[in-house]
Design a protein around this ligand. Structure first.
Ligand code: UD2
Ligand code: MN
Length: 593
């Protein structure tokens, strides 16, 4: 079994109206009390009280995390892919396996032959199986949204939850069908799932995209009980979202719920392990990794430094605080999810929602953690195996722009500056109405993005300007100065605020809120109020030149550069000339190139 556990350095990064139901409190208490007596809780070993991070005393006993796994002694031990081992396609079937690749952008052919309830190696780090969790943990609904998911992986996802979750904690499994087109996902799926009372299928009549599909799932996350008098809905305490091509590992659920129980503002993620797309093997990933992002809001993983681990005495099984989550797999207190205003429902189809919810959680008082004792395998795919209603790239860009506008404050310029300047140009893209999101942020009294960077993600390089200070001209050996609304030159003097300029990520050359622009003749310069949506205010500051960017874009124009007059202190635009020192400029400080 051991040799099937390979180490991988990094996972592929994942880039690429809700109803309130009144809750019959008594019924909930009765049900939990009944479940608490179930034999599953026999491992109770200690009773005590713990203080959670908000100082609330949590009563109740503790027990060793349950190692429930009905697949451990599989009846078909010799089946393909059993124990998470790599499976091989026989040479005769290679063609078929290749042909079927695009059904899911992984080896669909192999996956089909692997038992839907296969065993996988217990990849939890040492200590996890001995950890104590609370007896009276909250219950959860597990929500899988899918569109045209492959049959075998959808089933394996569901079976892994059924087989490896303590039944008293698993209220239900919701399958939210986001308007799939495949026939097998209709009657055949209904028939198959009807054998599991806990599995419910919700069909969306039109394509919602994963973000709104999750919201539909969350709104439905309740368990209907038929009492003598009425249909009673029991709401689960926690929502657990999973992708529809995963395998939950042994003991995955309790460590997640335990953290939420400790503090309902903790939003927790399992370690996402790799189900190899080619041989469907289950691959363990390295420890000590946290979710981060790089500009322009690209998700990735980063390993904690040895120094950090040593200084903070972090053990392999300790929760890891993450600036952002990957997006697909997490548990969140149901009420807290709604208090936070869920996801921005204006986000479309796929992408960016993980950034949105991560910023929202941290900036509005919550926390995001990866729980190393909870492990779930996921098939990382090279391509999305479903159609985007609109252009894929445009969809993701638009989502990210919404997130940047609502959450990034002045730092949004850094986002736009990394390849998304065109999103600023009015008429390029309609990112929709943001009023409700901005109001929500106010209502929740969320902290600033600056606070988030300083406290949650200090490693991120996020200088607000690319360059700033004095703007020195190599030709006249003087510095640019702004006086009474006009630009000219003066002897360089650091102490003069009138000589301080900034070059921003959105390529404006500015002093406070005033920006340098070409004047009406297109040959001189003027000053006007900065406005990031105005393309003519952008200057390409490259190899010490300032190129008027909007003119480059216009096909027949020659390239124009900022030039200092050789006589007098004038400044104008002239054809770019590599040999002219009067077209060469330096800032005192450069923060980024
Ligand atoms: C990652 C996340 C994914 C989501 C995405 C960004 C993990 C493991 N996965 O990409 O959950 O956060 O980043 O948005 O962290 N789906 C629908 N309707 C759609 C599109 C997708 O229901 O219109 C389902 C899909 O069937 C799948 C889930 O949403 O179960 C996530 O989609 P994905 O697997 O294509 O995303 P992934 O893993 O590339
Ligand atoms: Mn996925």
């Amino acid at each position: 079994q051991e040799h099937s556990i390979q180490k991988v350095d990094k996972r592929k990064s994942a880039v690429k109206d809700n109803k309130t139901v009144s809750l019959p409190v008594k019924a909930v208490v009765q049900v939990t009390a009944k479940l608490a007596q179930s034999p599953l809780n026999a491992s109770k070993i200690q009773t005590g009280a713990l203080l959670n991070s908000t100082g609330v005393r949590k009563q109740g006993g503790l027990h060793k995390v349950m190692a429930l796994d009905v697949t451990l002694k599989p009846r078909d031990a010799r089946a393909l892919g059993q124990f998470g081992w790599a499976a091989l396609v026989p040479p005769d079937d290679e063609e078929e396996s290749m042909r079927r690749w695009s059904e899911g952008y992984f080896n669909v052919f192999l996956s089909e032959q692997i038992p839907v309830d296969r065993a996988i190696p217990d990849t939890r780090p040492p200590g996890c199986s001995q950890k104590l969790v609370h007896d009276n943990l909250p219950t959860t609904s597990v929500i899988f949204c899918f569109v045209d998911e492959v049959w075998s992986t959808l089933l394996r996802s569901v079976h892994s939850v059924l087989n490896r979750s303590p039944p008293h904690l698993l209220k239900e499994i919701l399958l939210v069908d986001d308007c799939s087109t495949k026939d097998y996902l209709k009657d055949k799926l209904d028939a198959y799932m009807s054998q599991f009372p806990k599995v419910r299928i919700i069909r969306l009549k039109e394509r919602h995209g994963l973000i709104r599909a999750r919201l539909a799932g969350a709104a439905e996350a309740k368990d209907a009980l038929l009492s003598t008098k009425a249909l009673i809905y029991l709401l689960s305490d926690v929502l657990t979202f999973l992708d529809s091509h995963v395998e939950c590992n042994v003991g995955w659920l309790e460590p997640l719920l335990d953290r939420v129980y400790l503090d309902r503002r903790k939003v927790v993620c399992p370690v996402i392990e790799v189900i190899n797309d080619k041989d469907i093997s289950y691959v363990m990933v390295d420890n000590f990794q946290k979710g981060i992002f790089k500009w322009p809001l690209v998700f990735g993983w980063s390993t904690l430094s040895n120094d950090f681990i040593r200084k903070n005495n972090i053990k392999v099984s300790d929760p890891i605080r993450c600036p952002v989550m990957a997006g697909g797999l997490f548990s969140i207190d149901r009420k807290y999810f709604y208090e936070l205003g869920t996801y921005d429902p204006g986000l479309d189809v796929w992408g960016g929602e993980n950034m949105e919810i991560s910023f929202k959680i941290w900036m509005c008082g919550g926390e995001i953690e990866i729980i190393p004792c909870s492990r779930v395998g996921h098939i990382f795919r090279g391509e999305n195996p479903y159609k985007f209603p609109k252009d894929r790239q445009k969809t993701v860009e638009r989502n990210l722009a919404r997130v940047a506008e609502v959450w990034l404050d002045e730092y949004k310029e850094i986002f736009y500056g990394h390849g998304y300047l065109n999103l600023l140009n009015t008429n390029f893209i309609d990112i929709g109405n943001l009023t409700a999101q901005i109001q929500l942020r106010k209502k929740l009294q969320c902290k600033s993005f600056k606070w988030y960077l300083e406290n949650i993600y200090p490693e991120l390089e996020a200088p607000l300007l690319k360059a700033e200070g004095l703007v020195f001209n190599v030709g006249n050996r003087k510095c640019l100065v702004q006086e009474n609304g006009f630009l000219s030159f003066a002897m360089c003097n650091l102490s003069k605020q009138s000589q301080h300029f900034g070059y921003s990520w959105v390529r404006t050359l500015r002093q406070n809120n005033t920006c340098v622009s070409p004047n009406v003749t297109g040959r001189g310069v003027a000053l006007e109020p900065c406005d990031n949506s105005k393309a003519h205010l952008r200057w390409l500051h490259k190899s010490n030149k300032f190129l008027a960017e909007h003119l480059i874009a216009e096909a027949h124009h020659q390239r124009l550069c900022l030039e200092a007059g050789s006589k007098g202190d004038t400044i104008f635009l002239k054809a770019c000339d590599a040999s002219s020192s009067y077209q060469q400029w330096h800032f005192t400080h450069y923060y980024a190139q």
